[in-house]
Design a binder for this molecule. Structure first.
Ligand SMILES: Cc1cc2nc3c(=O)[nH]c(=O)nc-3n(C[C@H](O)[C@H](O)[C@H](O)COP(=O)(O)OP(=O)(O)OC[C@H]3O[C@@H](n4cnc5c(N)ncnc54)[C@H](O)[C@@H]3O)c2cc1C
Length: 398
C-alpha cells in the first residue's frame, strides 16, 4: 500500500503509449512521475487478437526528421526496435516495456485506480485497489480498449465484440458464415480475417463507412486496410457482402441461431454468433471521471493550452479520445503531438526548466501547440477515384 505521507509530483493512470509518452517527456524535465496500470505495461496491446496488427506503418526515418508514426518518444522507432512494419499487439507491448526499462520509469505492481478526487489541500487523492496515492498532478491515460461500445444494441451481450476475440482461427472454427456489425476499421479487419479462412461474411453497417473518402485517416479506412480488403476480394471474390444503411437495434437468440432486427423490425438471420465491431467508449466517459470534465454537445472539453480539465485544474488527459476543433487525435502519431505540451505545462508550474529538455519534442512534432494546423489537412492534389467493394442497400436485400 502506498504511504499516505508521500506526495508524487505527477501520477499517470495507464501505462500504454499515452501514459508512457507523457512520462518520458516529464522525466526529461526532471519531474517525478509515478505510473500505475491495472494490468501492466502495454496491457491493451497484449489483449489484441493474436493476428491483429497496427494499421499505422512503422519505418525508421527518424534521422531525416520523420519520426516513426508509432513511436512515443522523439528518438525511438518501433520499426528499428522490432524489425517489422505493422507490429502485432505483443510486439508493440515489447517496445513499450523496453521504453519503461530504458528510462527507469517508476511503475507500481498492477494497480487499478478506483477513485479520483481533488482534496481540500489542492492535492489529488487517487484511490486504488492497493492503497491511496496523493499527487500534485494527474494524467488520465487509460485508453479505450477495455471499454467496448455495444452500439446501443438490445441483446448485444449475445454477440461477440471484436475486442473479445483472442484468435480468429478459433472464431472461424465456429461456422461457415458470419455476420459482422460495423464496417469501419475493426469491421473490415474482422471480415478480412474470416475471408482469409475461407468463411462467408456479411458486413452490416450504419451508413457506408468503407466508402468514405476523407483526407483524415481517422474518418476513412487506412491504406493498409484498403490493401488488405482488395487482396482478400481478389483471392476470395463473392465471399463477402456489404450492406449499407443497416441500423441494427436488437439481437435475440432463436432455435436455429441468432436474429438481428433493424429499426423497422425487419429480421436478418445468422447461424453463428454476430460479431460486433461497433467501437469503443471514450476514456473520459468512465463514471469515476465523467463529472471531472466539462461536456459540450456530448463531447468532453479539455483546454487547448494543455489538454487539462477546464473544471479541475491539475487533471490532464492524454490518449485517443482527445479532440480539438472537431479534429480527432485517435492515432498514436496524433495524440503524441501533445506529450510535449502537457509536460511543458506541468514542468512550468513546478518551476522546472523545460525549454532545453523538451527541444527534441518541439523539433520533432511532439509539442504541437498551434492547433490551427489541424483544421485543414486536405491534400493539395485531389484523391484518385478508388474502387469500392460491391455494396447492397440493406433495405433492398433479397
Ligand atoms: C482495436 C484498436 C486498434 C488500434 N489500432 C491503432 C493503430 O494501428 N495505430 C494507432 O496509432 N492507434 C491505434 N489505435 C488507437 C489506440 O487507442 C492507441 O493505439 C493506443 O492503444 C492508445 O493508447 P493509450 O495509452 O491511450 O491506451 P492503452 O494502450 O489502452 O493503455 C491504457 C492503459 O490503462 C490501463 N487502465 C485502464 N483503466 C485503468 C484503471 N482504472 N487503473 C489503472 N490502469 C488502468 C490499461 O490496463 C491499459 O494498459 C487502436 C485502438 C484500438 C482500440
Amino acid at each position: 500500500m502506498a504511504d499516505l505521507r508521500e506526495v508524487t509530483e505527477v501520477l499517470i493512470v495507464g501505462a500504454g503509449p499515452a501514459g508512457i509518452g507523457c512520462a518520458v517527456a516529464l522525466e526529461a524535465c526532471g519531474v517525478e512521475v509515478q505510473l500505475v496500470d491495472a494490468k501492466g505495461v502495454g496491457a491493451s496491446f497484449e489483449g489484441w487478437p493474436r493476428q491483429m496488427r497496427l494499421l499505422t506503418p512503422s519505418f525508421h526515418s527518424n534521422a531525416f526528421g520523420g519520426v516513426d508514426l508509432n513511436a512515443v518518444t522523439p528518438d525511438t522507432s518501433p520499426a528499428d526496435f522490432l524489425h517489422t512494419q505493422h507490429a502485432d499487439g505483443r510486439e508493440y507491448g515489447r517496445y513499450l516495456r523496453a521504453l519503461v526499462m530504458h528510462h527507469g520509469l517508476k511503475l507500481d505492481a498492477p494497480t487499478r485506480v478506483t477513485g479520483l478526487a481533488l482534496g481540500e489541500d489542492g492535492l489529488w487523492v487517487v484511490e486504488t485497489d492497493r492503497g491511496t496515492h496523493r499527487a500534485r498532478f494527474v494524467i488520465w491515460a487509460v485508453g479505450e480498449f477495455g471499454r467496448p461500445d455495444l452500439g446501443g444494441i438490445e441483446g448485444a451481450a449475445l454477440c461477440r465484440h471484436n475486442s473479445g476475440v483472442g484468435d480468429w482461427d478459433e472464431v472461424a472454427g465456429e461456422g461457415e458464415r458470419f455476420v459482422v456489425i460495423g464496417g469501419y476499421e475493426s469491421g473490415i479487419d474482422a471480415a478480412v480475417h474470416l475471408m482469409e479462412r475461407g468463411r462467408e461474411v456479411q458486413v452490416l453497417s450504419r451508413g457506408e463507412p468503407w466508402g468514405v473518402d476523407d483526407p483524415d485517416p481517422s474518418r476513412s479506412l487506412s491504406p493498409h486496410t484498403r490493401d488488405r480488403l482488395k487482396r482478400a476480394l481478389l483471392e476470395a471474390p463473392g465471399q463477402v457482402r456489404f450492406y449499407k444503411n443497416a441500423n441494427i437495434t436488437r439481437v435475440s437468440k432463436g432455435e436455429s441461431g441468432y436474429e438481428l432486427f433493424d429499426d423497422e423490425g425487419t429480421r436478418f438471420a445468422s447461424v453463428t454468433r454476430p460479431i460486433l465491431c461497433t467501437g469503443f467508449v471514450s476514456a473520459l466517459e468512465q463514471p469515476m471521471v465523467r463529472e471531472l470534465w466539462e461536456w459540450k454537445d456530448g463531447q468532453p472539453v479539455v483546454s487547448e493550452g494543455a489538454d487539462e480539465s477546464t473544471l479541475m485544474p491539475g487533471l490532464f488527459y492524454s490518449g485517443p479520445s482527445l479532440q480539438h476543433r472537431g479534429m480527432l487525435f485517435c492515432f498514436i502519431y496524433k495524440f503524441r503531438s501533445r506529450f510535449g505540451v502537457i509536460a511543458r505545462e506541468i514542468a512550468e508550474r513546478l518551476g522546472r526548466e523545460w525549454e532545453g529538455p523538451l527541444a527534441r519534442w518541439r523539433e520533432r512534432g511532439f509539442m504541437m501547440d498551434d492547433l490551427s494546423c489541424c483544421a485543414d489537412c486536405q491534400c493539395a492534389v485531389e484523391a484518385e477515384a478508388s474502387e469500392h467493394p460491391e455494396v447492397m442497400e440493406y433495405a433492398e436485400r433479397a
